[in-house]
Write a protein that binds this ligand. Sequence first.
Ligand code: FES
Length: 144
Amino acid sequence: MVATDATRLTTVDELPENGSFLFTIRERDGSEVEVILVNGGDCISAWRNFCQHETDQRLDRGFGAVMRDGEIVCPKHGSMFDACSGHCDNGKAKGSTLLSVDVTVEDDDIYLTDRTCDFLHEGGIEDEDDDDDGMPSSSSHLTF
Ligand code: FES
């Protein structure tokens, strides 16, 4: 039984089998982190949205993670992570495991049930504040 204050993320029906549902959480240390919710065929699971080979590489870059036969494919070097266990046994990320976020399926609904973080919003981090980071845009790529 899911706690009454658990956040309902989406439904199993709405979760694409090829792709992911992207949302943002706040960790206990205050940092914001993106999470992907995926349908691995035999499981519904959620993972912090970065590769274990290069942690600045997002798995879902804003238009859904690439999924193949129940595995999440890293868009940079192509390592594949088991969508149910998060483990990778191939390529550059071989031997690593994605960082999980607890979710629970009840009936057709999927809830965030991880007590180590709080739900912030649907979508990725940039979706909230665009590129309004107070920095001057650097578009000065001069070529001669
Ligand atoms: S950054 Fe993901 S496999 Fe290299």
